[in-house]
Write a protein of this length. Structure first.
Length: 515
């Protein structure tokens, strides 16, 4: 009977790569500019599971320096989550998300199930002798193995947080229910759960979880479940229905949870394809609340409004707004005593007055003001509109640096030279330092129809793409957005992105970066 149960819990490995409908997105790709963590391999003979040995690996992010306690995430069936050409590629995803600030600095513990010391070596990590015993059992035994054996071993070398909200646990199939079981019995050790095609079925009592959840006081855990409609259906249960029952029970008890269903089978393709988004949600309340990457639409008749605001990697606060100005309104003050600001003319004609110069400029022209610079604007056409970003850096303000690099200025778009290239052309505004930003760059690109500016790439600078005209599609992380004239794309630091002209004419857009 034990062998039959083991075969059932291992069935998913025969279906891996069976479907091709789910693809890994840019957040699962390697980039030269992203700091890369290190991986070491080890083995362990357990006392809680006597006469067994298991392989495990440790991922240490490049950002870990031991000065502060790191978060911890444990993966069952660690080999499948580590595999460089597999469905999940967790170290690559960790590298990207930690660099983007979407996860805390997190040590990864990747554990394979135990194997009988007296048995023949297994054909593969899926066929070890102790997998079902460790993973499918509805008890605290496995989580005690983690908290009494392996985690203390890690803490001999690495500084790891004891806060359960800084700990997560993940697994696939039987490893998925195992992850939930660990948090269920020890919510004081693991707050975050990620289950891929979890086996909440009648193998060793896992089908009892939905009624247990409904009848118990809510536990302080956050749960992400993934499954597909073509998952297993056999004498132990229907995996899809079992996961939907889990979803319903968690909803009934008002847990902080998310369920993502799909068309997949009992494999890792869907879970791997959405892993970056799953981890982003799972850790969202443990990282700074930064401006979300995406598109911020602007309707043709939009009134004055704030398009986005908040923290970026280098700015403690940034507000980007659309402003409108009528000729009869007279002068509007731009002065801010502590914040730097930039203004981009959208439509109409505006007279910009700074302490050192006054100039009337039209669409796509730019004015930049250092902190405490006195400035004002007034419309010289019946109406005018503009974008304005006001911001303050996390680092110390260096007004002298800003002044030495050119100070406050007005740049007339019509005075810029246009350089053609094979994809279209470019006009360069500036590449400089400011009081707030050591790196500050802006240009306007003309992009020919039907092509990308480049394949998805990353850079440490935060970026705004502001559409002047045309229609575009922007890959940002693993998501796809569309933007038209006036819309604003925001791309956070180290987030993969690429823009494509989907119209039948040249499009034109600002690219504005800072760090």
């Amino acid at each position: 009977m034990k062998n039959q149960l083991l075969l059932i819990t291992l069935l998913f490995c025969f279906n891996i790569r069976a479907q091709q409908s789910y693809k890994l997105g840019p957040n699962s790709w390697k980039y030269e500019k992203i700091p890369t963590g290190t991986i070491s391999s080890h083995s362990w003979e357990s006392k809680i599971y006597p006469n067994t040995v298991r392989e495990y690996s440790i991922y240490i992010p490049a950002q870990y320096d031991g000065s502060q306690a790191a978060a911890l995430m444990v993966f069952q069936d660690g080999h499948t989550y580590l595999k460089e050409d597999g469905d999940f590629r967790v170290p690559v995803v960790f590298d990207n998300l930690i660099s983007q600030g979407k996860m805390p600095i997190t040590i990864g513990l990747f554990i394979n199930p135990g194997h009988d010391l007296g048995a023949e070596p297994p054909e593969s990590p899926w066929r070890v002798s102790n997998r079902s015993i460790e993973y499918d059992e509805v008890s605290d035994t496995y989580v005690r193995f983690l908290t009494e054996e392996l985690i203390p071993e890690l803490k001999k070398t690495y500084k790891i947080s004891d806060d359960p909200k800084m700990r997560a646990i993940c697994g696939i199939s039987s490893g998925g229910i195992c992850a939930f079981t660990a948090a269920w019995f020890k919510p004081d050790q693991f707050h975050r759960v990620l289950s891929h095609i979890g086996s909440f079925t009648d193998i060793r009592g896992g089908h009892n979880y939905p009624p247990m959840i409904r009848k118990s006081d809510p536990k302080d855990i956050k749960v992400f479940l993934q499954d597909g409609q073509n998952d297993l259906d056999n004498r132990f249960g229907n995996w899809w229905l079992a996961n939907r029952q889990m979803e319903a029970a968690l909803k009934y008890k008002e847990y902080d949870y998310r369920f993502v269903g799909g068309e997949g089978k009992h494999d890792g393709e869907h879970g791997g394809a959405i892993l970056p988004e799953s981890l982003t949600w799972l850790w969202s309340d443990a990282v700074p609340d930064r401006v979300p990457s995406g598109v911020y639409p602007v309707a043709e008749d939009s009134e004055e409004k704030k398009l986005f605001g908040g923290e970026t990697r280098s700015l403690s606060k940034a507000n980007f707004q659309l402003g409108r100005l009528g000729k009869e309104e007279g002068v509007r003050n731009l002065h801010h005593p502590t914040h730097e600001q930039i203004l981009i003319v959208k439509e109409g004609s505006i007279e910009v007055s700074l302490e050192k110069e006054t100039k009337i400029v039209g669409p796509n022209s730019v004015a930049f003001l250092l902190p405490d610079e006195k400035g004002s604007i007034r419309a010289t056409t019946p109406t005018a509109s503009y974008y304005r970003m006001v911001y303050i850096a996390k680092s110390k303000t260096d007004v002298k640096r800003g002044e030495e690099e050119g100070g406050s200025s007005i740049i007339d778009f019509e005075e810029l030279s246009y350089r053609r290239h094979v994809r279209g052309g470019v006009r360069n505004f500036f590449r400089r330092s400011t009081a707030m930003c050591p790196y500050y760059e802006m240009h306007v690109t003309n992009l020919n129809p039907g092509i990308k500016s480049h394949e998805p790439h990353v850079h440490s600078a935060t970026e705004i793409i502001l559409m002047i005209n045309g229609e575009t599609e922007m890959e940002i992380g693993n998501e796809l957005f569309r933007g038209k004239k006036g819309d604003v794309y925001f791309i956070g630091s180290d987030v993969p992105h690429a823009i494509k002209n989907i119209g039948d004419k040249q499009c034109q857009y600002f690219a504005f970066q800072w760090e």
